[in-house]
Design a protein around this ligand. Sequence first.
Ligand SMILES: NC(=O)c1ccc[n+]([C@@H]2O[C@H](COP(=O)([O-])OP(=O)(O)OC[C@H]3O[C@@H](n4cnc5c(N)ncnc54)[C@H](OP(=O)(O)O)[C@@H]3O)[C@@H](O)[C@H]2O)c1
Length: 316
Amino acid sequence: MEKISENKSKILVIGATGMIGRFLVSASIKAGHPTFMLVRTNTVATDHDKAKLVEDFKSRGVVVVTGDVHDHGSLVGAFKQVDVVISAVGHKFREQLADQIKIIRAIKEAGNVKRFLPSEFGSDVEHVELVEPAASVLHTKTELRQVIREEGIPHTFVCSNCFQGFFLPRFGQPEAEHPPTDKVIILGDGNPQAIFVNENDMGAYTIKAVDDPRTLNKTLFISPPANFYSLNQLVSLWEKKIGRTLEKIHVSEEDVLKKIQESSYPLSFQFAIAYSVFVKGELTNRAIDPSIAVEATELYPEIKYVKVEDYLDCIM
Ligand SMILES: NC(=O)c1ccc[n+]([C@@H]2O[C@H](COP(=O)([O-])OP(=O)(O)OC[C@H]3O[C@@H](n4cnc5c(N)ncnc54)[C@H](OP(=O)(O)O)[C@@H]3O)[C@@H](O)[C@H]2O)c1
């Protein structure tokens, strides 16, 4: 079991059984924080894989608290035991992000939470242009930011750009099931750059930030300089690695927009994100205002992040 330091802040993760939340729990354990996870009773009773994940975390010293975002008493009870609350609820069901208003109410009542990190972990939602359905789903994150600021809740908003595990094996194409071997679909002209972040690194940077005064009430960007790639650059790197030239099938901007309209949710959401990132270049076409934002790779240069180049070796 990892060594837990009683001097470090106590961290609770909501959404710890989700795709992203599990990396936050792992990073918190690795950094020696007393770590708590809020778990729904029904989940462990009905989902074998998640029950196993919870058992694994328990064996590594994590305190499992039973609760639900819709159960105010369970939230207040859990929050009173910790210093930091991180939410990683998902966007697959549209209302989940909006329901975080209940977390804010419970934080106000508990009165002891030193830092709240709402479920963000993507783009800077206040400053990206999005099409539907991503626009309205992610607008919920913007509204939540406003409430957090108005309520004076100490916070950090983590913008971790594109997760490697989700975007790289598909080369940005939501419907792809594996890395390309003979043909590759490129959305748009393939020139705008995106930023790819490893999930474990997102966890490590986020956990570093929770006690750091430099990230208090700021947006924390995670933008590893070696991981800026356009789809064209990514494909040519992949071609070098596999020693083969791929047939490139370009999908026009107009056809990507049509695809969004024709798909049902959540695929339409994924295409809308891909449109914003890979066709419009929304992750890299804006300057960051240093008065409200900080860059994780500059604050924590000691973290040796996973480079896209090395990640691709693992999926060959
Ligand atoms: N940048 C990127 O590339 C990227 C990719 C994916 C997601 N994201 C972002 O990352 C965040 C997390 O998304 P995700 O895909 O990891 O979500 P997810 O896999 O859908 O997981 C959602 C988690 O929230 C929990 N949850 C849902 N409703 C709850 C409730 N009422 N009470 C308590 N727990 C509840 C779920 O618990 P159960 O196990 O009980 O259902 C699960 O643990 C989102 O903000 C999303 O937009 C970013």
